[in-house]
Design a protein around this ligand. Sequence first.
Ligand SMILES: [Zn+2]
Length: 315
Amino acid sequence: MRLRGVGYVVASLPLPGKEQAKLERTQGNQAGGAGARGGCVELTNHSPSTIAAVTRGRNACTCKDAAVKLTVIGCSPAWPNPGGAQSGYLVESEQSLLLDCGPGVLSRLREQTGAWPEAWPEPDSIAITHFHLDHWGDLVPWVWGWIHANGLGGNHDRPELWVPPNGKQRLEVFGSELGFPDMFERVFRISEYAPGVPFTTAGHTITAARMPHYTVESYGFRVSANGSTLAYSGDSAPGQHLSDLARDVDLFVCEATLSTGDRDGEPRGHLSLDEAQEAFEGSGARRLLITHRPSELDTPAHFELASDGLVLEIL
Ligand SMILES: [Zn+2]
């Protein structure tokens, strides 16, 4: 199954060798720069046929020689940027893994997979960082569309869904309010991850680390496959935990919701751009991708900023 929609702007940024990247980052830091940036940066409109759709198992990644491909499905903060989708990051190696599923993400995935019911999005697995709506809300319409396509019975191959501790019970409560108690279990094979305990799903190894995010139980992920590792902050207050999460990864996808840290609540729950940069510098990560950023805020050009539809090949 291939992308049918057009208009995705794809930044295909082959990374240089690890040593060269570290050198470039050091030089960039010395010059007051932001994240590591590859030497050959190319911004291009890919033909839809070059991008794999969200297809379970086979042909999940068509990137030549790419260990892992990351597609930013949606990168808006807790409110949508104009025309934007909220949190959703598709990680593909041999299989596909969706990190978070906020409002607008399902619509974007459906643009890729085509008409219902034959082509309902089929990631092999979905992992949710926390239960703020902008990170999981589209699981609700996902249930309704999937049931329309497949019915309530049968042995359809359901995607895995990994949720924080006690997430099964929380989904049952949400289901009781929004539909029926086992509505999510009907559609997803639900498991709960545990802090610091690696688990494998869709061919990717994930370790979830607790992130401070106001009073909400929230996690960041380290995701590894085929020798490449990315870290995803989810939503987080500043601190050493972020650098630990992203220690020596190939790509650090880090939120920067705030203009300045003093605009946050108490306890803290989000990052400013400076705080994201500080976490990156302390991590040894090769490359920083800023996300969850309101479009109203300035982002200096030396930061690499996520946009919906952005595709990165992590070599
Ligand atoms: Zn959020």
